[in-house]
Write a protein that binds this ligand. Structure first.
Ligand SMILES: Cc1ncc(COP(=O)(O)O)c(C=O)c1O
Length: 619
């Protein structure tokens, strides 16, 4: 391809008016469309890695029908769920040597809970109406603009001391990263050993029936909403069983975030222009969706944070520093994630307070009578997981709150592992605080929620200072926003908050009761299937469980089991799951943790069990 050919292409691109033109003018001469196509083909063929037979037609085809043939040797996703057999195929060359196959554009696929982007439409080209133009700058037309002013609570707390920082560094228990493990060799796959098992297995004694109405729950249709589930790993279809670590995102969430950046992106609450109003409405709209989703009484009870970890730290540092003193007590349980242990330890060492731990039984259930024995007038706060991330235990959160309140304690429920698996009603729970992370409920990372009762939030001084959380600043004095703004200093994660709102829309369309019912049946099946693997020990067999099926396999290191599963395209977590004390209770340092979400299937569990049985047959 000559330099002059490239110049012609540049010129053609620079002056192109719209796709589909028969001819393009370079300014000097008219280039026929066929010539453009020829030059473009030359151009693309000159790019390394372009399939040799990729050809552009003279008239550009719609994007959805462009087809690049895969490289001959690259594996192609043969079993991708392709609802429309005759649909055109778009092969997306990948840098890993694998080819992604998209049978039809996602937006065209039949979808369980997502048909086409139901996004707000803005009359962006409209000339402002006189009424709108008359709105003063200080009162933009967005319903969410601006927070009301309330008197300041002031900075009542001390900065962290040097010894806090030192103990935080010293208490570290290592990183998540594991050495590279050799996957144990597997014999050839047999027909699934549990394939012959009846589809509805006998309910294992440890899981009760929930008596929820099944409703409509077509998991295969739902799976089409999650593009990453078409991915292949090590030549096999991805089986994502690491949902307790993070969940995959539906197309509607991905699209909503793109839409935000394409049409709404602005900082919020502060400017008088149109995009500020759109962004503010989208952000505050998401806050209101969260309010509805957890049944809070007002969106002012919903604080955006980075995730459950930040939410707990916020309560510990703001509420805790103000209300906890020497010899006071903080109660947690033996089931907690490190995020619900370390912030309280830090507070205890700063204030001279004590951490008390509710014991669990051998199945991983909270011992309620022991809990009550720990409580006293010195108990200031109780902080307990709604669902354990290591054992899957569903804790009796309502009773824990009631009992804690009898002793005058505030109660925080860590809902990080509960929020995507069951309906949550913070008013029915009557908890003072409820925390969760967006990324564990099909929303992006970096966004999460602290719910607080109005009186609890009102007792909390600001945590971080800066923009957005203030009403008025002089060098002499600052007045703060009321909650939630006072806890959202600086520019927040606006787009991902909006993405969290879209994830909630998605979940609400499926129905949390339907999800809970489906997952409950799936978990029963999974626990029963795993019990059939010789030498497999389940860790966490509580009567009430959600999602998590931790185990160890005799004769194998947990990391090697994880590596062997990964070779088969199955993603599980191995390690301490940031819940070392929970595993320690069973004499373990690590475990293998498959964890389920609404898009997992019985067949995926069969494949998991098949690999484990094959491992045992060679081990
Ligand atoms: C029960 C529980 N609490 C808190 C967290 C911390 O969540 P994040 O890392 O999203 O802040 C997790 C994460 O796994 C968890 O499972």
């Amino acid at each position: 391809m000559s330099t002059s050919d490239l110049d012609k292409i540049d010129a053609a691109i620079a002056t192109a008016q719209a796709p589909g033109l028969e001819e393009l003018s370079t300014g000097e001469s008219i280039i026929p469309a066929a010539e453009i196509a020829r030059l473009a083909n030359e151009f693309f063929k000159a790019i390394p890695g372009t399939p040799p037979d990729a050809t552009l037609s003279a008239v550009p085809a719609p994007l959805s029908s462009v087809s690049f043939a895969p490289a001959a040797s690259a594996p192609v996703l043969a079993s991708a769920p392709a609802p429309i057999a005759s649909a055109p195929t778009t092969q997306i060359p990948s840098t890993t040597g694998l080819e992604l196959s998209r049978s039809v554009p996602f937006a065209e696929m039949p979808s369980a809970a997502y048909t086409s982007p139901q996004l707000p439409s803005f009359a962006s080209a409209q000339i402002p109406s006189p009424a709108r133009a008359a709105i003063p700058v200080s009162a933009p037309q967005s319903p969410s603009f601006g927070f009301e002013q309330i008197p300041s609570f002031g900075f009542g707390h001390a900065l962290p001391t040097e010894s806090d920082v030192r103990s935080a560094f010293n208490s570290g228990s290592g990183f998540y990263f594991l050495p590279v493990f050799q996957a144990a060799p597997l014999p050839a796959a047999n027909p699934s050993p549990v394939a012959s098992a009846p589809a509805t297995v006998q309910a294992p004694g440890s899981l009760p029936d929930l008596n929820l109405s099944a409703g409509f729950f077509d998991v295969h249709t739902i799976r089409r909403d999650f593009p990453i589930l078409r991915e292949r790993v090590n030549g096999r279809p991805l089986i994502w069983l690491d949902n307790a670590a993070t969940t995959q995102k539906p197309q509607s969430v991905i699209d909503r975030i793109s839409y935000f950046y394409e049409h709404e992106n602005s900082n919020i609450h502060r400017a008088a222009h149109e995009l500020a109003a759109r962004a503010t409405d989208a952000y505050e709209g998401a806050r209101d969706k969260i309010r509805r989703f957890v049944n809070a009484s007002s969106s002012k009870e919903i604080v955006f944070v980075r995730g459950a970890t930040e939410a707990i730290n916020l309560v510990a540092q703001s509420w805790g520093r103000r209300h906890i003193g020497k010899d006071d007590e903080i109660v947690i349980s033996h089931l907690e994630h490190h995020a619900n242990i370390v912030p309280w330890q830090m507070l205890c060492s700063e204030k001279g307070a004590r951490l008390r731990v509710i014991p669990i039984d051998d199945d991983g259930q909270i011992l309620l009578e022991e809990y009550e024995k720990l409580l006293s007038p010195r108990t200031r706060i109780v902080s307990v997981a709604g669902v354990s991330n290591a054992l899957g235990t569903v804790t009796p959160a309502r009773e824990i709150v009631q009992i804690g309140h009898r002793y005058g304690a505030r109660v925080l429920i860590d809902g990080a592992q509960a929020i995507s698996h069951m309906p949550v009603d913070v008013q029915a729970l009557d908890c003072d605080f409820y925390v969760f992370s967006g990324h564990k409920m099909f929303a992006p990372t970096g966004i999460g929620v602290l719910y607080g009762k109005p009186d609890a939030l009102a007792e909390m001084p600001p945590w971080q200072g800066g923009g957005n959380m203030i009403v008025d600043v002089t060098f002499e004095k600052t007045t703060y926003q009321p909650p939630p703004g006072r806890f959202e200093a600086g520019t927040g994660n606006i787009a991902d908050a909006v993405g969290l709102g879209a994830a909630i829309d998605y979940l609400e369309r499926l129905g949390m009761h339907n999800i809970a019912h489906y997952e409950h049946e799936l978990l029963k099946y999974g626990m029963e299937s795993l019990r059939r693997v010789p030498g497999l020990h389940l860790i966490g067999t509580a009567r009430e469980k959600a999602s998590v099926m931790s185990f160890v396999l005799e004769g194998y290191r947990n990391e090697d089991v994880g590596a062997a599963l990964n070779q088969e395209g199955i993603a599980v977590r191995t390690g301490h799951h940031c819940a070392q004390p929970s595993l320690c209770r069973y004499g373990l340092e690590t475990a293998v943790r498959p964890s389920l979400a609404l898009y997992n299937t019985h067949k995926e569990i069969d494949k998991l069990v098949d690999v484990l049985l094959r491992l045992k047959s060679v081990g």
